[in-house]
Design a protein around this ligand. Sequence first.
Ligand code: FAD
Length: 470
Amino acid sequence: MADNDSVDLVVLGSGPGGYTAAFRAADLGLTTALVERRPTLGGVCLNVGCIPSKALLHAARVVEEAREMKAHGLDFGEPTIDLDRLRGWQDKVVGQLTGGLAGLAKKRKVEVIEGTGEFLGPNQIRVTGINDQRVLRFAQAIIAVGSEPVRLPGLPEDPRIIDSTGALALADIPERLLVVGGGIIGLEMATVYQALGSRITVVEMMAQLMPGTDTDLLRPLQRRLQKQCENLYLGTRVGAITATATGLTVSFDGPKAPPTAEFDRVLLALGRIPNSHGVNAPAAGVKVDDYDFIPVDNQQRTNVPHIFAIGDIVGQPMLAHKASHQGKVAAEAAAGLDSVFAARVIPAVAYTDPEIAWVGLTETQAQATGAVFEKGVFPWAASGRALSLGRSEGLTKLLFDPQTHRLLGAGIVGPNAGDLIAEASLAIEMNCEARDLERTVHPHPTLSETVALAAEVFAGTVTDLYLPRK
Ligand code: FAD
């Protein structure tokens, strides 16, 4: 075992938080090591999260759009699905990105060390690889070890019970799939497997899908899922799961619990928990809270000032773009810059069909906190572009401060909502008022116009709708 290696900065975990931090630190002149237990860089996001799921969601969208055009005179017939090639394409997309990261690390002279890292002390880390161990001394460290799926205790060990990683592996297309958890990941996977031909049941213990989402944004998605899925059970819990030779027998609990049913696969999508348990944080003196998150200040420093933490490990929202922004801040702070993580808002997107996206204040939050707002809502039924896509069910909603007319929040439902929300994020960061959005000339015909039109609705200047005078 070599124990004389020494670096300015060690980054533990190579997800969007970790690789961004390592690359930025190297660019700022720090000798940097990036420790990752997987054989490829990119973390959950690139390997088993954002990227493979979006590739499959694109495939699902193509299937659905082709099906829908049948009513308008274009019939492609039912798709034939070659799973090996579909999986091959998904793997290629992932491989291009993870391979690209390896190349970027090399160019920057970031040393990538494959193995599981754990602290031995406040300036020492041990990396255990498949065949060897190595001890590294570091001046500073960034913990970016991310999160993993929540597991339900007491379930049988059975390969037919899968998590999101299993679902993305696309082993086959089960005839009947039970999705446990109606949050973003569960519904994205339901969207994929439904389009590929599975009969889907979704069970959610709360009274609504994607709990906490504004109901007007949720409605178009729920309507579509109700048509596409075999069953949507709300306010219902999974009781017991019994593995039999022919399938998985599942019982349900709750006031409207359906009878026991059999499924070919059960996908558990119950949320994610931080990976702090594996890094031996106490050895470095780093505090971990009761929920296994690592508390940090606005420079991402833990209670041990030369050790930083970023991404999923520091708490909600568990999103890749939050992780990468925090990664930059931590790297810059480690290099002596006075960077802070001061994002006012972090957008969230469900890449379902339709997509739902929101940023800043939501109506649900405003009701809970008593925040005062006025809103402008533009229904996509009046958008030429939405109609030409055959998708008039969407809406764009902007929440404004009634006094200053500054944008406080936005919610969008409809195809490409995830791309459209970026304009609202920038508008909030830039303190834009309704008239800034209203008077910015948007290209026609685009879905982006709906952002300006929602501001016009708020201002009472809209001409694409008839609204009684304020
Ligand atoms: P991670 O990406 O979790 O990376 C942490 C890395 O650390 C992992 O590679 C892990 O192997 C490594 N590691 C852990 N412990 C150790 C150790 N002791 N030693 C060495 N290495 C270690 N977010 C979005 O913003 N948009 C999306 O569309 C989206 N879709 C998703 C879809 C799915 C199916 C899933 C599961 C997640 C999705 N997410 C999405 C969430 C997103 O993937 C995470 O928020 C993001 O990856 C967190 O980044 P991170 O850098 O904190 O950690």
